[in-house]
Design a protein around this ligand. Structure first.
Ligand code: LLP
Length: 431
């Protein structure tokens, strides 16, 4: 839950606004974004990593309002597509503070980014290095570049695996020598200025040992570049991936602790390698926006289903589903939820919260104990839906993507409006 969320007589309140009042005004399903919580998490990263640059990863969730909050809190922005860049520029985000990712940026996309003055472009293939060199030449300018490398660490939620990591689409392999070759090509290209190496090991990571191994490997390459290529790179980026609590079983990452651990490793390694410390940057997305948002649904049907062995699971259908939160279906993600509109003393029952889509896998919350007097019209709230829910939302079954309502100091305002059926028909040229 976000920091201002609490219940008053069973009614959930966020940002000083009763969720039931948000619903009365804006209907369900809706994402409710706690502005103070978002800003506080952004600031916590900025303050903890005061000696670093913090890039908010817009893929987790981005709209113009949020881009402005990011700027106001002093963070930079990581975009990974032309669409995200459009939102950032529309918000007036300083392009010099934007990092642009992606493994398949086209010539027009790169040209537009360079022309707009994007601060750094993270290159991911030899073809892209050549393409970007061409863009810089065509525009008669110089652009800053980071080289995305594969650190040889694949991080998972609770562990990391140092095998099977090379077989994926991102980055230049350090072990094969491609990463060093990429550096050489960037250095050799007119119009490309090498800022440093970039590594991102995964997402929803709790175990900092993955970052530690990655930092060591990337710093070793950083040192090799100084000795073998004769170039001292000023920066290094260790990516994002810091885990958040989705259920009470998870232990969320603490920015201050992360900062201390990362700085220690980098300091120690640089001393051991006899090199100057590069300026570090990180790219948290989920850890900033994830806990700041919840999704509110209205219950439509309640259906007990007998399980083998005589137990019962009650399927509670809500007015959204996999179109507003694909993570349960896609990653088997765990969510929790709560009755948000009233107090109930009824004994708990085992429930599964499902959506309204034509698909059995359309599950929002796999298992939750909810009061046994749940009824149509009750509101359910699912916490921790700020990251990769609205941003991965779809129009499956021609669902209308829900609005994002920002709440703060007792005021609720729409920052992304609900889609309408006219929006759906707008792209259907036969309509
Ligand atoms: N930097 C880079 C280069 C990334 O690829 C990502 C995420 C991030 C930063 C931000 O990671 P975060 O701090 O948010 O974990 N859709 C998946 C997550 C995909 C993450 C992709 N890259 C999910 O819903 O879990």
């Amino acid at each position: 839950w976000s920091s201002t969320a609490h219940k008053v007589d069973g009614e959930l309140t966020v940002g000083g606004v009763a969720v039931a009042d948000v619903v009365a005004e804006f209907n369900t399903p809706a994402y409710v974004l706690d502005e103070d919580d978002f800003r506080a998490r952004a600031r916590a990263f900025r303050d903890a990593f005061a000696a670093y640059d913090v890039f908010y990863a817009g893929k987790a969730f981005l709209c113009t309002t949020v881009a402005r909050w990011v700027a106001e809190e002093g963070l930079n922005l990581d975009v990974c597509s032309s669409g995200e860049l459009t939102v950032a520029l529309k918000a007036g985000f300083d392009p010099a503070r934007i990092g642009y990712h992606g493994n398949n940026k086209t010539y027009p996309e790169l040209r537009r980014a360079v022309a707009a003055g994007v601060g750094r472009i993270i290159v991911d293939s030899f073809i892209e290095i050549e393409r970007l060199g061409q863009v810089a030449a065509d525009l008669g300018t110089t652009t800053r570049v980071m080289v995305r490398v594969t650190a040889g660490v694949e991080a998972h939620t609770h562990e990391y695996i140092a095998t099977a990591h090379e077989d994926q689409k991102f980055g230049f392999s350090i072990t094969s020598g491609d990463a060093l070759e990429a550096v050489r090509r960037v250095v050799a290209a007119d119009g490309l200025e090498l800022l440093g190496l970039h590594s991102h090991i995964g997402s929803q990571i709790f175990d900092s040992s993955g970052f530690e191994v990655a930092a060591r490997r990337v710093l070793a390459l950083h040192a090799t570049v100084s000795t073998e290529v004769g170039v001292t790179m000023p920066e290094m980026d260790l990516g994002g991936g810091f885990g958040i609590a989705y259920t009470t079983q998870d232990d969320p990452s603490d920015p201050a602790q992360l900062a201390t651990e990362m700085s220690k490793i980098v300091e120690h390694e640089c001393r051991a390698l006899g090199i100057a410390e590069p300026r570090l940057s990180i790219e948290p997305g989920r850890a900033i926006v994830g806990p700041a948002m919840c999704t509110v649904y209205t219950i439509g049907t309640v259906k007990p289903v007998a399980l083998d062995g005589g137990a019962v699971r009650t399927y509670v259908s809500v007015d959204g589903g996999m179109s507003d939160n694909i993570r349960t279906a896609l990653y088997d993600a765990d969510y929790s939820c709560t009755l948000a509109s009233r107090e109930s003393q009824a004994p708990p029952m085992l429930t599964r919260v499902v959506g309204k889509h034509c698909e059995a896998g359309d599950i929002v919350v796999k298992d939750e104990f909810l009061p046994s007097d749940l009824a149509p019209g009750d509101l359910l709230a699912v916490p921790g839906t700020g990251a990769y829910c609205r941003s991965m939302a779809s129009n499956y079954n021609h669902a209308l993507r829900p609005p994002v309502i920002a709440v703060r100091d007792g005021v609720a305002r729409v920052i992304v409006r609900r889609e309408t059926e006219d929006d759906l028909l707008a792209t259907d040229v036969g309509a």
